[in-house]
Design a protein around this ligand. Structure first.
Ligand SMILES: Nc1nc2c(ncn2[C@@H]2O[C@H](COP(=O)(O)OP(=O)(O)OP(=O)(O)O)[C@@H](O)[C@H]2O)c(=O)[nH]1
Ligand SMILES: [Mg+2]
Ligand SMILES: [Zn+2]
Length: 264
């Protein structure tokens, strides 16, 4: 989305939270507006933003169940930071029916994001993942338990990273990787294995900027009745119509609504 200027991008700050915090955002900000817990997460932020070429956004099917909201937020982060995102949809072996996997795969591929269906167990997509990692500095991110360390182990078995089963009752991961760690796979390849992340939050992104991060809205937005339409509750909104007609994926539209909601 070339529509955001460098200046606009710079203006946008973000912070990452590894745990849900129920306190109001206000209580968590210093007087100058920076989040109080940013200090704790500065290493993530730095590693993610300044020192990498690619952000591998990992998610899994079934266990933990796929939640595209977090993928979409990481895509926004990648956009803001000018890092190449790769969407990795892991644990395809747990699916009886591959229809859903293909649907989500197509959804992201159509948006222009490189997407790989993988299984650290069956081996699907691992050669491709390996190819994408070589010659670059990447970070592996996503919810706990989706298989980030397992994928890295599969690509580079010598690393013997610790992995842990997903809780049977909650189907959540157990935050097995607890520190940011950098691995050198060869002379030109580095991969950063990150602890599981629950939420990506953004500060200073204005509600009216949110739509710029959903590139698929663009071709319809010019047909909205209002030029400044936010595609939420305005009448004669061409974006909402496109969602109803399934020209825009409803999951993406839902992500957009949640994103805008979180910015107010
Ligand atoms: N069936 C199946 N299980 C997998 C796959 N990949 C990983 N797992 C299992 O999922 C569990 C979690 O894997 P990890 O690699 O520890 O996940 P992680 O994303 O590194 O988790 P954190 O370090 O907590 O963020 C382990 O029991 C793995 O064996 C896969 O493709 N298929
Ligand atoms: Mg891990
Ligand atoms: Zn609209």
């Amino acid at each position: 989305m070339g529509r955001l200027s460098k200046r606009q991008k710079k203006k946008i700050h973000y912070y990452l939270r590894s745990k849900t915090d129920l306190k109001q955002k206000q209580d968590m900000l210093h007087r100058d507006g920076t989040p109080k817990f940013l200090e704790r997460h500065l290493p993530y932020v730095r590693k993610l933003a300044r020192n990498i070429d690619q952000l591998v956004i990992a998610a899994s099917f079934i266990s933990p169940p796929l939640k595209t909201g977090l993928i979409d937020r990481f895509l926004i982060l990648a956009e803001i930071e000018d890092i190449r995102p790769i969407v990795v949809l892991n644990k395809t072996d747990l699916l009886q029916d591959k229809t859903r996997a293909n649907e989500i795969f197509n959804m992201y591929e159509r948006l222009g994001y490189h997407t790989i269906l993988t299984s650290a167990k069956s081996g699907q997509g691992l050669n491709e993942l390996d190819r994408e990692l070589r010659g670059a500095r990447s970070a592996l991110t996503g919810h706990s338990g989706v298989g980030k360390s397992s994928l890295l182990n599969a690509v580079a078995p010598d690393l013997q990273l610790r992995v842990n089963e997903v809780s049977e009752t909650t189907r959540k991961g157990k935050h097995t990787t607890s520190r940011v760690k950098i691995y050198k796979l060869d002379e030109s390849t580095e991969v950063i294995d990150l602890p599981g992340i629950k939420i990506v939050d953004f500060i200073d992104v204005h509600r009216s900027e949110a739509r710029n991060y959903f590139p698929e809205f663009e071709e319809y937005a010019s047909d909205c009745k209002f030029a400044d339409c936010l595609h939420i509750s305005e009448p004669q909104c061409a974006v909402k119509k496109a969602v109803e007609e399934r020209l825009i994926h409803p999951l993406r539209y839902r992500s957009y609504l949640n994103f805008v909601e979180s910015l107010s």
